[in-house]
Ligand binder design. Sequence first.
Ligand SMILES: CC(C)(COP(=O)(O)OP(=O)(O)OC[C@H]1O[C@@H](n2cnc3c(N)ncnc32)[C@H](O)[C@@H]1OP(=O)(O)O)[C@@H](O)C(=O)NCCC(=O)NCCS
Length: 184
Amino acid sequence: MLFKTERLLLREFSPDDFEGVHEYASDYENVKHMAFGPNTPEDTRRYLEVQCREEREAIPRMHYNIAVEEALLHKVIGGISIHLNWRRDDGILGVIISRRYAGMGYSTEALRGVIDHAFRDLGLHRVHAVVDVCNPAMIHIFEKLGLRCEGRMIKRGKSRPGADEPYFDQFGFAVLREEWEARK
Ligand SMILES: CC(C)(COP(=O)(O)OP(=O)(O)OC[C@H]1O[C@@H](n2cnc3c(N)ncnc32)[C@H](O)[C@@H]1OP(=O)(O)O)[C@@H](O)C(=O)NCCC(=O)NCCS
């Protein structure tokens, strides 16, 4: 898997991406909305050497973790995941961009490329995401890309240990293939 956008290469992860991945995966502020981290060096190595390889080799493939490489820097600055449902026609998206490169339009550009890929190459019928209601940048990006807010899911998210509340609300966002094509 390899495709390009204006500034990015979107490709499989490799163990050589350790430095770029560990920069964001080990940073609490960067991962606090994610289901993983903050990573130890061993967590990041295991992710790159074991998890990504197992996902690539699985038949049928159900999980895509896509490295977001800044083409001029030759460095991974983030990642996008798509996890397929059992019918392999709907995928849930996750995205992270290193704080060092925040606010430069990278996640918008990468998501646009990955959603194109999901409909064009993976043949999906629908793509969706769930977002913490307290993550305004992510909500703004999904709205800007044309995903529909399908509602607020009460206490669907599980908080990290030590939070005031054990669960938090999430918005569901989705787009169908025909809606995505119509916007282009
Ligand atoms: C959320 C995240 C992916 C955004 O990545 P990014 O590359 O900085 O995003 P972009 O630069 O493409 O776009 C950021 C947009 O959010 C907007 N934004 C930033 N802070 C905002 C806020 N507090 N309220 C509303 N919009 C905000 C920016 O103005 C920009 O929109 P614009 O281009 O229309 O001006 C990144 O900050 C990140 O990895 N966060 C931690 C992980 C995470 O929360 N992932 C989502 C889990 S579902």
